[in-house]
Design a binder for this molecule. Structure first.
Ligand code: SF4
Length: 74
């Protein structure tokens, strides 16, 4: 499995938290933001061992704001 570069459209993230449930090593919810919670990306280029979890996070994000760019194949 390859390794991803992660981008999140912060304008459209609404802090639902599904991403953090699927991949807690990569995503956390920041409750300190001004209006409502939003995601915080802990690792923008996580190890390929986390790629399955990252794919699930992108798949289950209700707003579809997580974009994955494949960097390399193992
Ligand atoms: S699941 Fe999507 S909308 Fe929800 S916090 Fe994560 S990135 Fe934001």
């Amino acid at each position: 499995m390859g390794r991803y570069c992660i981008k999140v459209d912060m304008q459209l993230c609404q802090g639902h938290g599904e991403c953090a449930e699927e991949a807690p090593e990569v995503f956390a919810i920041d409750y300190e933001t001004a209006v409502y919670p939003r995601v915080r990306v802990l690792q923008s280029r996580p190890d390929s061992s986390l790629s399955g979890k990252v794919e699930a996070a992108a798949k289950y994000c209700p707003n579809k704001v997580i974009t994955l760019l494949l960097l390399d194949e193992d």
